[in-house]
Structure formats: structure tokens, C-alpha cells
Design a protein around this ligand. Structure first.
Ligand code: PLP
Length: 386
């Protein structure tokens, strides 16, 4: 479906609510039935009828339809966070005695879900370097039920070949799940490559304004219904109608926002890569990105994320850079209007804590919606203090 149609019209039955242009916030916990027959019929199909807002709510339903269409999926669920989306999509497809294969550097709470939490319930796991499909092939066992991907992954932007992963998993009856937060549906649609379930931290690009924590799961009607009737309803991971309306508002401009971040990130890449204080910039759309060909095959763009590798053997000069930067806010997350940075040195030299595997001269940048020249001026002056 045309993206304009999805963002402005899909799911918006305006004649049903006074021809209001903006969607109504149906702030109710429950819905009334006129008869036992109606009650009985609706409660047996709670995913798509109006019974109780932990399950389905008209405002949330508008958002579900838009997200599903953006990801070329049949249906979607909207959850209280990206972490909740990751948890319910994974948990619904494993039982005690099963095994999960996951890429070796996933989002930190995905790692903890699999290695610390699901392992308590008897689910085994193997983490593998997913850049080579042969590593994934070698990790599959008879009891493997889920292949968990994140492409590009956080901070180092490693890719997996989505088509090859989907084909391999289908041969073994394994459900594939991908965290697609980095690209957003604007630049990558894993369902087109045969991936079964897509999760997002909607906190990032989907909402896009750094003011709501939200997640989504997209997939076939069958898989989404299975998740709805197990983890979604039992764990109670719905979002409020109010937050859903906020996300619908944010989503209106996703096509503008993500493309603007993408274009600015390219300009900033070109500035940084030529700078004498920069050793490297990890950026999926550069010709010297190690998986450039695969990136071109499965991604239509990168969005606003890149990782700056500072040229220094001295931690103090990295700290000077971080103190000098004024126009990038130091904060986790990404996808809002404001540019952000995460210096890896934050996760080094903490007493009693193992150093991060990401070297201390790495700084992840999120390029927001400011003019690129404004950001380049700031990077330039901060690099000069090193
Ligand atoms: C932020 C993030 C998450 C977690 O999402 P929340 O909305 O913060 O729960 C999951 N995966 C990736 C890649 C993320 O960046």
C-alpha cells in the first residue's frame, strides 16, 4: 500500500467519530455489550473486537493497522516497550527444552532475556556471529525453535543476510524474529525476505519525538494471534490509548524524519571520514563498510546512526571531545528530533564491572533533524580540542 495512504488514511474511520481529522483517544478500560449473545461472540474474538483495553482498543487498533501495513505484515501488536515486544515474540515460540540461536551482539536486554531469563525456564541458547550464515547453520540443533536477528545490530552495525537466514530457518521449521529498529520500515522490510516476525523499539523512529516508550510486533495473522492469546494477554504489555495517539501523531511524519536523518548522516559521514582526528566511521552506506554489498541488497537507506572511531591512544582526549560537544545531547536511544551521542568510554573503567567489548574510542552518533552544517560545526570544534 502507498505510504501516504497508510500514514494519513489507513484505519481512520473518520465518519465514525464526528469527521474529526485527528483520531479519537478512546480512554476506556472496558466496552459494553447489549446481550449475552453479543458478549459471547465478542469475547471469543478478543483480538479484533472491543471487550477490554488490555487486549484491543480502537485508538491502539488504528496504530496496529498502520504499523502492520508499513512492515508488509498481516497484523501487528503494539506493546508497552520494545523490550516487551522482543520478550513476547520470543517467549511465544519456545518451551522448556527448546533452543534459541541469536546473533552474538544483540541489544543488551535481548541478550539478558535469552541468557538470563529464558534460561531459567529451561530454554537453551547459542550466540553466534551472524555475519556468516555458516555460523548460524552450525549452531542449529534438532530442538532449535527460534532464530533471533538484529540487522544492523546496535553500535557496530553488523548485518545478517536476511534471505539466507529465512531460507535456512524454513528448512528446519524455525521461527525467524528480527529487531528492525535501526532501519525502521522506511528502509528495510524483512518480511519481503521471508522473515516471520519483526519487532521494533517504537520508542525510536516510529514515535520519533523522544516522549513515548513503545514497542511493536508484526507478522502473519496466525503468528500474531498466537502471541496475542499467550504472552500479550497474560503479561499485560499493552500501551495506553493516550500513548497510542501520541505514536500515531509521531508516525505521520516518519517518512520525512527518517529520510532527513539519513541524508544528514551521509553529509556528516563525508565530513568525519576526511577529518585527521577520525580513524574510521562505521556507516552501513559507505563503500568501505565491510558488508556494503549486503547492505545495498536489503536496506534502502541507513537512517541517522553512525559510529565514530576517534584517532587517539589517549583516553583523556576522548573525554575532552565529549566535554567540548555542545549540540549533541549525551543520552541513550535515538529517533527523535535531537541529535544524540553515546561515548563507549562511559562503559569502561567502572570499578568492579567488566569493560564493554566496544573500544573506548568509539562514539555512537544519532543524527537528528537539525541542519547538518550546525552539527558539523560542533563536531569540528570538538575534534579540534582533542
Ligand atoms: C531501544 C532498543 C530496544 C528496546 O526498546 P525499548 O522501547 O527501549 O524497550 C530494542 N532493540 C533495539 C535495537 C533498541 O535500540
Amino acid at each position: 500500500m502507498d505510504i501516504n495512504e497508510i500514514l494519513i488514511h489507513l484505519g481512520e474511520d473518520r465518519e465514525n467519530y464526528f469527521n474529526a481529522v485527528a483520531p479519537p483517544i478512546i480512554q476506556t478500560s472496558n466496552f459494553v455489550f447489549k446481550s449475552v449473545e453479543e458478549f459471547r461472540a465478542k469475547i471469543s474474538e478478543e483480538m479484533d473486537n472491543h471487550v477490554y483495553s488490555r487486549g484491543n482498543n480502537p485508538t491502539v487498533k488504528i496504530l496496529r493497522q498502520k504499523i502492520a501495513a508499513l512492515e508488509h505484515a498481516e497484523d501487528a501488536l503494539v506493546t508497552s516497550s520494545g523490550a516487551a515486544a522482543i520478550a513476547i515474540a520470543t517467549m511465544a515460540n519456545v518451551s522448556a527444552g527448546d533452543h534459541i540461536v541469536c546473533i552474538d551482539k544483540p541489544y543488551s536486554w535481548t541478550n539478558k532475556l535469552i541468557s538470563k531469563m529464558l534460561s531459567r525456564f529451561g530454554v537453551a541458547y547459542t550466540f553466534v556471529d551472524g555475519r556468516d550464515i555458516n555460523n548460524i547453520k552450525a549452531a542449529i540443533k534438532d530442538n532449535t525453535k527460534v532464530l533471533f536477528l538484529e540487522s544492523p545490530n546496535s553500535l557496530t552495525f553488523e548485518l545478517q543476510d536476511l534471505e539466507a537466514c529465512a531460507q535456512l530457518a524454513k528448512l528446519h521449521g524455525i521461527i525467524t524474529i528480527i529487531d528492525n529498529s535501526h532501519c525502521s520500515p522506511i528502509f528495510q522490510n524483512p518480511i519481503d525476505f521471508g522473515i516471520d516476525l519483526i519487532v521494533h523499539s517504537g520508542t525510536k523512529y516510529l514515535n520519533g519525538h523522544s516522549d513515548v516508550v513503545v514497542g511493536v510486533v508484526c507478522g502473519s495473522k496466525e503468528l500474531i494471534s498466537k502471541i496475542f492469546h499467550s504472552e500479550f494477554m497474560t503479561l499485560g504489555v499493552n500501551i495506553s490509548p493516550n500513548d497510542a495517539a501520541m505514536v500515531i501523531r509521531g508516525l505521520r511524519t516518519i517518512n520525512l524524519r527518517v529520510r532527513r536523518s539519513d541524508a544528514s548522516a551521509l553529509e556528516i559521514y563525508n565530513f568525519l571520514i576526511a577529518h585527521e582526528k577520525v580513524e574510521n566511521v562505521i556507516y552501513t552506506m559507505s563503500s568501505d563498510f565491510p558488508q556494503a554489498e549486503l547492505a545495498k541488497k536489503q536496506m534502502r537507506g541507513n537512517g541517522g546512526l553512525l559510529t565514530l572511531v576517534l584517532k587517539t591512544d589517549n583516553k583523556e582526549s576522548v573525554l575532552r571531545f565529549t566535554r567540548a560537544i555542545k549540540r549533541f545531547l549525551m543520552a541513550v536511544s535515538w529517533g527523535g528530533y535531537e541529535s544524540l551521542m553515546i561515548p563507549s568510554i562511559t562503559f569502561h573503567d567502572i570499578p568492579g564491572v567488566e569493560d564493554s567489548p566496544i573500544p573506548w574510542n568509539y562514539v555512537r552518533l544519532y543524527i537528528g533533524l537539525e541542519d547538518p552544517e550546525y552539527l558539523i560545526d560542533d563536531l569540528d570544534q570538538a575534534l579540534s580540542t582533542m
